[in-house]
Design a protein around this ligand. Structure first.
Ligand code: ADP
Ligand code: DP6
Ligand code: CO
Length: 359
């Protein structure tokens, strides 16, 4: 009887408060600046990936949200798959009792339960999940640093999704990228009051992928040099201190300033890249107005809520639990959800559907 080996994992998205934008090495995804993010709950926006290895499979195949992606044409996928297979091969060479599954072809079914390529970190959850599910399938004994380093070669931001809580990606210095990976700055339990509110402004695929966008910025923007040298290093230090002290005012201001700095370098790219739209900018104004109104009403905090935008028009608001209902109420009054549209246009396959995709 032929055996089928299979593993299924989920991985959450992470939303950066200090953004990664720019690569010093495009093959290895080595960044031009360090970054810092908050990993969301696994129960919310996530990727679910099933990997299957079996002797009867004829070719490596991957389906993303039910549609086949040609692995050979996707360097990000081959980076991760080749490395994990090589790691398995090494294990098998050193231990004869292990089944020889590295030579089997792979069928992989992956689905995001939220909009893909819309600036909600689908590449982060997607490549973290691919890395982790292959490590599970192949029973690899890799630590967090090793997993993070491999996930990074799929998508830079993915290196931060393998850990929960508050996570820094230290850019590193080495040419081989071995010191460019994520480390946890603080656990979620350290500051459990933090909540993210996701406002889906537009769930369509962006026109300029993050990979291409940041390459154009590095090639054409003089402003990015200022950001890399003079803005991000201090912001990273100040943000770590804010998290350590659970200082929401500092966290909020650094987060909003960094989002604005990132979108400023996008606008300084030539031709310019505009990820935010009129609604995104209206959200920015509404957040500043709300914060000012709360402060005028005698709030002890300077900021009650902070916005940040990745490479897309969709807003992520960070807010403390005690304020979440009020903020959500006000925001949904100003920006009522479209009635004719299911705004969470993600994929959720059940076991039988995964079997149908992988068959
Ligand atoms: P986002 O802002 O959503 O991260 P990116 O431009 O960074 O957008 O990356 C989007 C691309 O990442 C997709 O077009 C796809 O190639 C890849 N991707 C997204 N989700 C997955 C997944 N679950 N598995 C593999 N690749 C994925
Ligand atoms: C704006 O990690 O998606 O979301 O490494 O080319 O896959 P690649 O880019 P990606 O870039 C993310 C950019 C960002 C900021 C961030 O998440 O830090
Ligand atoms: Co991405």
């Amino acid at each position: 009887m032929l055996k089928v080996y299979e593993a299924t994992c989920t991985a959450p998205i992470n939303i950066a408060v200090i953004k990664y934008w720019g690569k010093r090495d495009t093959k290895l995804n080595l960044p031009t600046n360090s970054s810092l993010s908050v990993t969301l709950s696994q129960d919310d926006l996530h990727t679910k990936t099933t990997c299957r290895a079996a002797p009867e499979l004829k070719a490596d195949k991957l389906w993303l949200n039910g549609k086949e992606e040609i692995i050979a044409q996707n360097k990000r996928l081959t980076n991760v798959i080749n490395e994990m297979r090589a790691q398995r091969k090494k294990l098998e060479e050193n231990d004869n009792s292990l089944p020889k599954i590295a030579d089997y072809k792979l069928h992989i079914c992956s689905a995001n339960n939220f909009p893909t390529a819309a600036g909600l970190a689908s590449s982060a959850a997607g490549f973290a999940c691919l890395t982790f599910s292959l490590a599970t399938l192949y029973q690899l004994k890799l630590d967090n640093v090793e997993l993070s380093t491999i996930a990074r070669t799929g998508s830079g931001s993915a290196c931060r999704s393998l850990q929960g809580g508050y996570v820094a990606w230290e850019m590193g210095e080495k040419e081989d990228g071995s010191d460019s990976h994520a480390i946890q700055v603080a656990s979620r339990e350290h500051w459990p009051d933090m909540q993210a509110i996701i406002l889906v402004v537009n769930d369509a695929k962006k026109k300029t992928s993050s990979t291409l966008g940041m390459q154009h910025t590095v090639a054409t923007s003089p402003l990015i040099q200022h950001r890399i040298k003079h803005v991000v290093p201090k912001a990273m230090e100040d943000m770590k201190t804010a998290i350590q002290n659970k200082d929401f005012d500092s966290f909020a201001e650094i987060t909003m300033r960094d989002s604005n700095s990132f979108h400023a370098v996008c606008a300084d790219t030539f031709p310019p890249i505009y990820y935010m739209n009129d609604i995104s900018r209206a959200v920015v104004n509404a957040v500043h107005d709300y914060n000012a109104a709360k402060a005028a009403m005698g709030s002890a905090q300077k900021y009650t809520v902070a916005y940040t935008f990745d490479a897309g028009p969709n807003a992520v608001l960070y807010v403390q639990k005690k304020d979440a209902d009020n903020v959500l109420g006000v925001i949904s009054r100003i920006f009522p959800a479209a009635e004719d549209k299911n705004i969470y246009s993600g994929f959720n396959f059940n076991d039988q559907e995964i079997d149908e995709v992988l068959a």
